[in-house]
Design a protein. Structure first.
Length: 94
């Protein structure tokens, strides 16, 4: 049973009866799950003021995206890495 779905950056998050999974519709290679985890981890670390760790997580994500041939995601994570390097958390605008 699907409880809720949301699409963000081409990644679909689906909550199903107590657990959440990330799926990139056109790809079943696990990239979306790793990308989503690193993106979320980096943002959470920055919110806690743990900027060096947030910067490292974003850099790992950018490297993963580059190796996977995903330049748009790599650029997004590199921009976030630069934000964390300047000791600022990521904040989305509504």
């Amino acid at each position: 049973m699907v409880i809720g779905e949301t699409a963000n950056h081409g990644v679909m998050a689906t909550a199903r009866a107590g657990h959440c999974s990330l799926v990139e519709p056109a790809h079943g290679d696990g990239f979306a799950l790793s990308y989503g985890r690193l993106l979320g981890s980096a943002a959470a670390l920055a919110e806690l003021g743990r900027f060096p760790e947030a910067e490292e997580a974003a850099a790992r994500g950018a490297e993963l995206a580059t190796r996977a041939g995903r330049p748009q995601q790599a650029a997004e994570l590199e921009a976030r890495r630069e934000l964390y390097a300047s000791r600022r958390p990521y904040r989305s605008t509504p």
